[in-house]
Design a protein around this ligand. Structure first.
Ligand SMILES: Nc1ncnc2c1ncn2[C@@H]1O[C@H](COP(=O)(O)OP(=O)(O)O)[C@@H](O)[C@H]1O
Ligand SMILES: C[C@@](O)(CCOP(=O)(O)O)CC(=O)O
Length: 303
């Protein structure tokens, strides 16, 4: 038995989404697969390479969703294609994959909405107070405009249709930045200078709403411009780094319509570039030894 949870990229609106503003996010084809085999009791099997605190965290998170699924008698193993804490939603994907396989083991399929509702239990263990955008995008596997309900980790969403293929290049740079730390450090700055930070969050939320309209209108140039402006605001919030900035400028130099960090940011993480055709840029970066790949987030696919 298997369950899959997709990774995600945020095109516009990370961090401000935590404060109740909209974000535009889409699913990756890479993700996490959870596999279950019959066992005496419900358990998560983990590789010996994980540290003791990591094991404890994962076991706790798994147990929360296992309880809700009625503790089916299975042993679950995980296989991830996503780098950890690099902005691609590995924890949300893990939560969705585990939830899907536990539901299946309990004899239920579960709608994407139900999967998202249950997976939140796990995601809360990783993030504390997630906006919900990661695991919701992972469960629905659609391009979404998502807005958190104040004080909660669920929200309202609109599934967006793109008349044009929406293709991004994703490049990985620098060291891991756990989301919990980045969100926590920003929370301290926001608490100290609330008006200044609230102003920036609002502006980012407006960009996300404008970006969603640009997607629906097929105006990729307008979407790319919103991404570039969003990057400037993320840097103003203290979420970028020299390595992330270098990659942003590199992708723009390679023809990206827009480029920005995606996810939590920090010292390192993922940078996305919106391209009409990303493959030549992917090839160039791979030749230079940079970890990267392309992904289509929405829109018509070539036959
Ligand atoms: N395959 C996995 N194996 C073990 N832990 C994982 C796995 N995928 C995700 N995690 C957990 O999720 C955390 C990463 O989540 P986070 O810092 O939110 O970054 P992101 O979601 O951007 O990858 C890891 O520290 C770990 O606790
Ligand atoms: C920074 C944030 O907006 C997105 C984090 O994404 P990731 O965990 O870095 O993939 C946090 C959240 O939405 O809960």
């Amino acid at each position: 038995m298997e369950g899959f949870g997709a990774g995600k990229v945020i095109l516009l609106g990370e961090h401000s989404v935590v404060y109740g503003h909209p974000a535009l996010a889409g699913p990756l084809s890479y993700g996490v697969t959870a596999r279950a085999v019959p066992a005496k009791r419900c358990q998560l099997s983990l590789p010996g390479t994980l540290s003791r605190p990591q094991r404890a965290l994962l076991t706790r998170a798994f147990q929360r969703v296992a309880t809700l699924c009625g503790e089916p008698g299975v042993k679950v193993t995980l296989e991830s294609e996503l780098p950890l804490s690099m902005g691609l939603g590995s924890s949300g994907a893990l939560a969705v994959a585990s939830t899907r396989v536990l539901l299946k083991a309990a004899g239920r399929d579960g709608s994407p909405q139900e999967v998202a509702r249950l997976a939140l239990e796990m995601e809360q263990e990783f993030h504390g107070t997630p906006s919900g955008v990661d695991h919701t995008t992972s469960a629905l596997e659609k391009l979404l405009l998502y807005k958190r309900t104040p004080g909660q980790s669920t929200g309202r969403l609109k599934v967006l249709k793109s008349p044009r293929p929406l293709k991004v290049l994703v490049a990985l740079v620098g060291d891991r930045s756990p989301t919990k730390h980045t969100v926590g450090a920003l929370r301290e700055r926001q608490a100290r200078w609330p008006e200044r930070y609230t102003r920036l969050f609002k502006q980012i939320g407006t960009l996300a709403a404008e970006g969603a309209k640009a997607v629906e209108d097929g105006d990729l140039e307008a979407l790319g411009d919103a991404m570039n402006v969003n990057q400037g605001l993320l840097a103003a919030l203290g979420l970028s780094s020299p390595q992330l900035e270098d990659m942003v400028y590199r992708l723009r130099g390679l023809g990206a319509l827009g480029a920005k960090l995606t996810g939590a940011g920090g010292d390192g993480g993922a940078v996305i570039g919106l391209f009409l055709e990303p493959e030549p840029a992917v090839k160039k970066l791979l030749d230079d030894g940079i970890r990267c790949f392309s992904s289509q987030l929405a829109g018509p696919r070539a036959l």
